[in-house]
Design a protein around this ligand. Structure first.
Ligand SMILES: [Zn+2]
Length: 67
């Protein structure tokens, strides 16, 4: 038999949220889920990532000033 708790604590906002029938668990809502994803994307959790160099920004031809 499963002993799932009826509620759990949202990792983002620390509020109690429904566990069952919650498509966003372990978060309380889509908002908190996206916030957590944002943390990962922004490196808040210390994920090593490629540093963005100047060449990454040179995607346009706006730098041409010799017209
Ligand atoms: Zn939440």
């Amino acid at each position: 038999m499963s002993r799932e708790p009826a509620t759990m604590t949202c990792p983002t906002c620390r509020k109690r949220a429904a566990f069952r029938d919650n498509p966003f668990r372990p978060f309380c809502s889509e908002r908190c889920r996206l916030i957590d994803l944002g943390k990962w994307a922004s490196g808040a959790y210390g994920i090593p990532g490629e540093p963005v160099g100047p060449e990454h920004l040179a995607g346009t031809d706006d730098a041409h000033d010799e017209a």
